[in-house]
Write a protein that binds this ligand. Sequence first.
Ligand code: NAD
Length: 330
Amino acid sequence: MKIAFYGTKPYDKIWFEPMGKDYGFDIHFIELPCNEDTIFLANGYDAICIFVNDYVNAAMIDKLYDMKVKAILLRSAGFNNVDIKAAENKLVILRVPSYSPEAVAEFAMALLLTVNRFTHRAYNRTREFNMSLNGLMGTDLNQKVAGIIGTGKIGQAMIRICKGFGMQILAYDPYPNKELDVKYVSIDELVKKADVISLHCPLTPETEHIINKDTITLMKQGVYLINTSRGRLIDTEAVIDGLREGKFGGVGLDVYEEEEGLFFEDRSNDIITDDNLARLMTFPNVLVTSHMGFFTQEAMQAIAIETLENAYALENGLPLVNQVGTDGAH
Ligand code: NAD
């Protein structure tokens, strides 16, 4: 199988290059992202392999189909960046539904601990021998209420971690999991009662801007908001308004509405034209990270294995257990 591998970073090659050879695949590593301008590079390949900030829209699906490309191999769990409907009967879409839920959940807790206890600011202060504690007071998590939106694999890992901190759990999910020892409530009740809100649902038309002006109005004063899921779950301007009014104790964002073209890249020498992102960076109780919740050795290795297993199954006519649309993903 010949695979055009878009958006290659050095850390992708560590696993994909040797493992791809073991599978006998011919992988062509392309540094450019997959978009309308670069889709022509897939000509002559059996499959393209893409990551979260690559996208494939309906027009690109048609081009891939014309070029006889058979599959899109997603190196991610989320698939909101591909027009699934347009791909029906044209291309097979395979994803990596689970690689390390703990990697993302542990990072969500790291964001919470950072914005609550200001370790990011303490690090900078002590390096300059500024040992003052002014402005660095946090709150205990023990006995506080964690509101978990989305109780799939990552949400469940986050619930386990929060319970370890002695937190009480409220959850919202339109598909409740009866085996979980948590109290499911409506989204309104969750945002009203939670001291910490952590997002773990996929981006769909129903969840887009699930955190908005109205839900923020319902939230407790001093609430902590953590998003390691997808940027468009949050209406950024509404969060900025809330931050300006002092509503939030802290906000930790690993994902951002307009992250495409920015996240995963070094833009330190560029003028940033995204005023919302620039404004977010000015708040002392906000931490933005560059979509790195997944980024552990274990997760990267598992992503490579699962992606290549998906390609192997396709090439050898084996059951496609991770095919989007048939794998039970909502
Ligand atoms: P999952 O499919 O196991 O769980 C998603 C859960 O969300 C399911 O229980 C589902 O019922 C629920 N859900 C669906 N619609 C909902 C709605 N309207 N409101 C609330 N809940 C809803 O997925 P997962 O593996 O737990 O991953 C969750 C998300 O995390 C992914 O969709 C992806 O966007 C994101 N993610 C981020 C990173 C990162 O590096 N930051 C890495 C992997 C995944």
